[in-house]
Design a protein around this ligand. Structure first.
Ligand code: AMP
Length: 578
């Protein structure tokens, strides 16, 4: 064990250190966290600060704090910190020294060697500066590897057959997209593109701008000149941004933020994911253009890409995943922690160099997608059973995700929440695993917001809660064994779908949309029959008549009549459920 080699992701915003033990990469904690902010500073009394404490003082004492040193690597500059100035290598060495010490404490033995990752576009001078930083920290840098290559190693993308992958890396302050070709023993970065000054910090800045405008308009005060208020706002905005990755709303509360005419000014502001997404959409467009440029640089088309890997904390933003999926036609992989997979890949490379065996990186992920249904566009048409996925297949568990839904009708007092598992955009083609009804909603116009939350734990227990936002009225259901129970159910659902098909459309195998309509009509009939049990005589009669109309139209094979009857029946059902 004496020749242990550690793997280091020396990032612009954050750094991580990892080591392979018992065949698996392990991220080593530094100061109780897996992520060390790449910030170095001097405290009031001249004490050296590295990591969180340095980051926390940045807003107040920028003249004795250095951040984003990675951007200056390879430049012949000196960076002031307190009374002295330092080369970028020296500042980086302080970060590396901290990581090395954490590894030694964890392993209980000295560490002298490291593999360090760098962006694919780093020049020779930048790579050389990284090596020198290692030397200053008493680390022999046995190999420098490209970050996208490290990500591919961590994901252990199976490359018995050569294939091309796209690594999309959006961190705090930098964005890189690389096209990587994997073949049996060689990993080659074919093209790389990006923006050295684009990242999650820019998303924070948009929110800060929004909050500043709010304070100016609502409280008549501009916080821009108050450093400590701005530091609090920046931190609160980052927290709100992170919340919006999992929930449709986030509230920023900062009491006693400022003073105006001797009176305290409190900040209390709710943010909606949709408005936040509007703020950052321009940045995301830019990253997608960069992805196309990288593809072009590699001489490839989107269809030549077999997998997309997500790296960097900011890729947890749902809009990024959605846009990538839409743009490149495949769901990006994100089973591994996007903050940690580069360090894990560096550790794997280190283990390979020192002759250790490495096994798969194991994470608990959900093998299924879970979601609900709602009126939304499907194939360009409004459709009542559009599948709205909340927890995507391959998401690491435990996980909690929320979405907001609006009531459809004025005075709608109840909604039926359906829970499905599956991948089909039409919920009726997925497996229904539960449902519940939330009643007693406020008597308000349409658009009453209901927040539905899916929480899936490591044991596969799915908890679904729906909550009326304005009152907090909520109802929930727990589905045990959500990740294990499907095989049987899936078989049954498939059988049912098939039986409908063979009954109604024996001769036309190539009409998926008609098939879908038939399945949909069948499901509506089942639903109507359930409703009949508790309906009053008048409603029951209407239901019976419309169900008959749907059945007749189906039997006649009259697509137009089916559509008309289905529309009428679904309208009635919605009316009855409201
Ligand atoms: P990295 O440099 O890869 O560590 O990424 C850091 C960036 O990711 C920062 O801007 C973080 O605010 C951002 N980030 C971390 N977690 C999330 C999240 N859940 N949703 C959105 N951004 C996040």
């Amino acid at each position: 064990m004496s020749d242990i080699i550690i793997g280091i992701d020396l990032g612009t915003t954050n750094s991580e250190v990892a080591v392979v033990q018992a065949g698996r990469p392990h991220i080593i904690e530094v100061d109780g966290a897996e992520i060390l902010p790449s910030v170095v500073g001097l405290a009031d009394d001249g004490t050296l600060l590295v990591g969180r404490s340095a980051r926390n003082q940045y807003a107040l004492y920028p003249d004795r704090t250095v951040r984003s040193v990675k951007r200056r690597m390879g430049e012949d500059v000196r960076l002031p910190m307190g009374d002295q100035d330092y080369t970028p290598q020296e500042i980086s060495a302080l970060i590396l020294r901290r990581l090395k010490k954490a590894a030694e404490d964890y392993l209980g033995q000295p560490v002298a060697k490291a593999v360090i990752t760098v962006p694919a576009y780093f020049s020779d001078a930048q790579r050389q500066a990284t090596r020198e930083a290692g030397g200053l920290a008493d680390l022999d840098v046995v190999r420098i590897i490209n970050e996208p290559t490290a990500a591919a190693l961590a994901y252990e993308v199976d490359h018995k057959e050569p294939k091309n992958i796209l690594v999309y890396d959006l961190g705090g302050g930098t964005f890189d997209v690389s096209v990587v070709r994997l073949s049996q023993d060689v990993t080659e970065v074919l093209a790389s593109h990006g923006n050295n000054h684009l990242g999650g910090d820019d998303f924070d800045a948009k929110l800060v701008e929004h909050v500043t405008t709010h304070l100016k308009e609502q409280a008549g005060i501009d916080p821009s000149d108050d450093r400590s208020a701005m530091a609090r706002i920046v931190r609160a905005c980052e927290t709100a941004k992170i919340t919006l990755s999992d929930a449709p709303f986030s509230r920023i509360e900062e009491e006693y933020l400022l003073e105006k005419d001797g009176e305290p000014v409190h900040l209390s502001l709710e943010l909606e994911r949709i408005e936040y997404e509007d703020m950052i959409t321009g940045y995301i467009d830019e990253t997608l253009e960069a992805a196309h440029t990288a593809l072009k640089g590699a001489g490839l088309a989107a269809t030549d890409i077999r997998e997309i890997l997500l790296v960097g904390g900011a890729t947890r933003t749902p809009l990024i995943r959605q846009r990538l999926e839409r743009e490149l036609g495949m769901q990006p992989r994100s089973e591994l922690d996007p903050d940690l997979c580069v360090a894990a890949g560096a550790a794997i490379q280190a283990a390979v160099i020192s002759g250790q065996q490495v096994a798969r990186v194991l994470v608990d992920v959900t093998p299924y997608t879970f979601g609900t249904s709602a009126w939304a566009e499907l194939n360009g048409e409004p459709y009542p059973y559009t599948f709205i996925p909340l927890i995507r297949k391959n998401t690491p568990i435990p996980v909690t995700k929320s979405e907001a839904f609006d009531t459809m009708h004025d005075g709608q007092r109840a909604i039926e929440v359906q829970i499905y598992q599956g991948e089909d955009p039409d919920a009726l083609n997925n497996t229904k695993i539960g449902s519940f009804r939330i009643e007693g909603l406020s008597d308000v116009p349409a658009g009453n917001v209901i927040v539905t939350t899916f929480a899936l734990d490591v044991n596969g227990i799915l908890n679904v809660t729906s909550r009326e936002k304005r009152t907090g009225l909520e109802k929930q259901i727990t589905i045990d064994n959500a990740t294990a129970r499907f095989e049987q159910q899936e078989l049954e659902a498939a059988r049912k779908r098939l039986s409908v098909l063979t009954e109604d459309e024996p001769q036309d195998e190539d009409a998926p949309s008609e098939r879908r309509e038939t399945v949909q009509a069948q499901a509506l009939i089942e639903k109507a029959e359930r409703l009949m049990e508790n309906a009053n005589a008048e409603d029951k009669e209407d239901l019976v008549n419309l169900v008959e109309a749907v059945r007749d139209a189906l039997a006649d094979g009259d697509a137009d009549a089916t559509e008309r009857a289905v529309t009428e029946l679904s309208d009635l059902i919605y009316y009855l459920e409201s």
